[in-house]
Design a protein around this ligand. Structure first.
Ligand code: NI
Length: 177
């Protein structure tokens, strides 16, 4: 994992406008999901990969626990996991991974070009780590969870050290209800 705050050296306001944008991917059940699909609800978006040994599962667990803590407010928020490892994270792989986390998770993959495009839109860094083995590789990637509003606009983000309690509190404040 690479530091989560590299891009926030600019003004918060100026950066906010740069996060997000159009994408087309496919979810864990094979359904096409675009930026338009996510509109109408808040979304909590994290980029990672299912083979990640620790950081990604921890982050998705934090998101799951935060949603569990906010009761009915969670109905207004869609948690989204977008892979940065489309080679290994097939629809079937995501379907199995989905069982470990909040049931409302939308888990997305696509072609390498589609993943590259969505990562660029969200200013997410990722790179295959140098390794001897060709199949058992790790990915370096930024570990940031974005809260986007129902129009797909950036609201705030959480770093990899976020706690379920802290995330739940911020979501309640922003989403209300
Ligand atoms: Ni990871």
């Amino acid at each position: 994992v690479v530091g989560g705050y590299l891009i926030w050296t600019r003004t918060q306001e100026g950066t906010a406008a740069l996060i997000g944008g159009p994408f087309e991917l496919v979810d864990q059940s094979g359904r096409t999901v675009t930026d338009a699909t996510l509109k109408g609800k808040w979304s909590l978006i994290y980029f990672g990969y299912t083979f990640c040994p620790d950081v990604c599962p921890t982050s998705l667990t934090v998101m799951t626990q935060a949603l569990d803590q906010i009761g009915p407010v969670a109905d207004k928020v869609v948690p989204v996991f977008i892979t940065v490892d489309p080679e290994r994270d097939t629809v079937e792989q995501l379907a199995g991974y989905h069982d470990h986390f909040h049931p409302s998770f939308v888990m997305l993959t696509g072609t390498p070009a589609q993943v590259k495009e969505v990562a660029k839109a969200y200013r997410v860094y990722y790179r295959k780590a140098e390794t001897e083995a060709s199949t058992d590789y790790l990915m370096d990637h930024s570990s940031i969870t974005y809260l986007m509003d129902p129009n797909g606009n950036y609201v705030t983000h959480f770093g990899h050290d976020a706690t379920p309690e802290g995330m739940a509190k911020t979501i309640r404040e922003k989403v209300g209800g």
